[in-house]
Design a protein around this ligand. Structure first.
Ligand code: NAP
Length: 507
């Protein structure tokens, strides 16, 4: 029978070789034994980048079918290690096995979706302008255009999705699909999970005969690894999922390079949810209960967590708040991803406790690495004056903002910063107000939804997971769904090229 545990060796994967470092750091698992991992260095970053650049000259020009078969094989290799991935992932992050199994399915599904997406060729956006030799006053040459891969890409995975937003997650899948070699900076919250997924990619590289430098994993341990990676001259773009502070620091480094490069940072968000008056009066209690469920899912550690609910003052709004508080009272404490994230959650709650204009509705004490829900209430005027109330608290903390009526709801909507999502709960009688809010919300968020909850992001052609700053550093992009491939492509125009040298995809 297959061993369902996994003992990491703690090495980096640099261009096909497992390499041990001189220093080590210990993992901080939620359960079970800690393991030692090699600390990354700028020298290893350089080796990985040189190998990625070498690999680009073959991988970036390989056929779409070759790349698609490679992505499919990575998915197969991840599935072949399924039980061990769940075991180490659950031990490291404290996430339950069922959640990690679901996330594994999403990860392999993403890889296979990108494989079929590049097989179809649509992403190339091929265009052709025929030659007009007789045009006056000047003839027009024949023009072709298509999207080409940009070169080696650096990926920083997230702590809260150790599979779907990490080593072989959406950024890696999109970059490999585009034709870009990838260097992953492993997340220190789940180094063993990163290692076993890198083993799966390594096996796929060997099975498919890919160049060794097409993928490297460098474990962290020190901040200089991430810094060296985004500053390396051979890196052409960065995919990042994480905090506003970390993302902004790395974004600034990318912009300050002699050759600035795009930094696609998917950051935090408070994902406001507007309960419109008719919906509040007909089903405020149900919406409040549903909100509590969404707010506490995965200990609230989702970037799409709807941390702020906006509802009118008066009896209907009161029913919404009471139902949410009642449901939150019944939620058990949950283990958080790291000690640092648990501490940040407590600090975020303290920030709310210290504000006079914020009324506690349900206040709990979280102990150690565990988090229990908290709920607060304030009014629109105070929210708009106190910038700190709009900052994400990563965890199961909700803030209700009470508004006097539709006018104030609209004013509040205009006051929000960029968001990943914005939600409206509405009934038929709310249509006029919803029509007024929609143009405001679509300027604020990458995804606008009605009568649902934003946790749960479909991996699909139409998905947009991004938004105006600070939700992301690049509002023209998404990190989920097939459109994510566009981040790692750039258009090239081919003017007057003879058919004999046109790239295969244009011939
Ligand atoms: P994080 O602390 O920013 O870490 C993300 C990665 O960046 C890690 O590899 C970390 O290295 C590295 N890093 C952070 N600051 C750095 C710096 N100054 N220099 C070099 N490297 C740096 O974020 P997290 O704790 O993993 O994730 C929680 C946050 O992510 C939440 O705010 C959540 O909302 C957000 N998030 C967003 C999305 C989205 O799609 N928008 C999805 C999930 C999570 P170490 O490993 O060494 O710490």
């Amino acid at each position: 029978m297959l061993d369902e545990t996994f003992t990491p060796h703690g090495k980096h994967l640099i261009a096909g070789n497992w390499v041990a470092g001189e220093q080590t750091f210990a993992s901080e698992p939620a359960t079970g034994d800690a393991f030692d991992f090699s600390v990354g260095t700028p020298d290893l970053v350089d080796q990985a980048c040189q190998a990625a650049e070498d690999a680009f000259w073959t991988y970036g020009y390989a056929s779409r079918e070759t790349r698609a078969a490679f992505l499919d094989k990575i998915a197969d290799e991840i599935e072949a290690r399924g039980p061990q991935i769940t075991w180490i992932g659950s031990a490291e992050t404290g996430l339950p096995a069922a959640r990690l199994e679901g996330e594994r399915g999403r990860t392999t599904g993403q890889l296979r979706l990108f494989a079929s997406h590049i097989r179809s060729g649509e992403f190339l956006d091929r265009r052709h302008d025929a030659a007009l030799p007789d045009r006056q006053p000047l003839p027009r040459p024949e023009l072709f255009m298509m999207q080409r891969p940009i070169g080696p890409v650096a990926v920083f995975g997230a702590s809260n999705f150790p599979l779907a937003f990490s080593t072989a997650g959406g950024d890696t899948a999109a970059a490999l699909a585009a034709g870009c070699p990838v260097i992953v900076k492993g997340h220190s919250a789940h180094p063993g999970t990163g290692e076993i997924v890198a083993e799966a990619i390594h096996a796929a590289i060997k099975a498919c005969g890919m160049p060794a430098g097409v993928f490297s994993l460098i474990q962290g341990g020190k901040r200089d690894v991430g810094t060296a990676l985004v500053q390396h001259p051979l890196i052409k773009a960065v995919g990042f999922t994480g905090s506003l502070g970390g993302g902004r620091a790395l974004f600034d480094l990318c912009a300050a390079r002699p050759e600035p490069i795009p930094f696609f940072g998917e950051l935090g968000s408070v994902n406001p949810m507007f309960v419109l008056p008719n919906a509040a009066s007909s089903r405020g209690t149900d919406i409040g209960t549903g909100w509590a469920g969404s707010l506490t899912m995965g200990a609230g550690q989702f970037c799409t967590n709807p941390g702020i609910a906006v509802v009118q003052t008066g009896a209907e709004g009161d029913a919404f708040v009471s139902a949410a508080a009642e449901a939150l009272k019944g939620v058990q404490t949950q283990c958080m991803l790291t000690d640092g994230i648990a501490q940040a959650y407590k600090d975020g709650k303290t920030r709310f406790d210290g504000r006079n204009a914020v009324k506690p509705v349900l206040v709990t004490d979280s102990e150690g690495r565990n988090a229990s829900p908290n709920l607060y209430e304030t009014d629109a005027e105070n929210y708009l004056q106190d910038h700190a109330l709009g900052e994400e608290v990563f965890g199961p903390l909700g803030l209700v903002v009470r508004v006097s009526g539709p006018e104030e709801m609209e004013t509040l909507a205009r006051g929000f910063e960029g968001q990943l999502t914005a939600t409206m709960h509405m009934d038929e009688g709310d249509t006029d107000l919803a029509r007024r809010l929609l143009p405001v919300l679509e300027r604020k968020a990458g995804r606008v939804l009605v009568n649902g909850f934003p946790t749960g992001v479909e991996v699909a052609d139409t998905m947009v997971h991004g938004g105006p700053y600070p939700a992301s550093t690049n509002f023209g992009a998404t990190s989920v769904g097939t459109l994510a491939i566009r981040r790692f492509l750039r258009p090239v125009c081919y003017q007057n090229l003879p058919a004999s040298i046109l790239p295969d995809d244009l011939a």
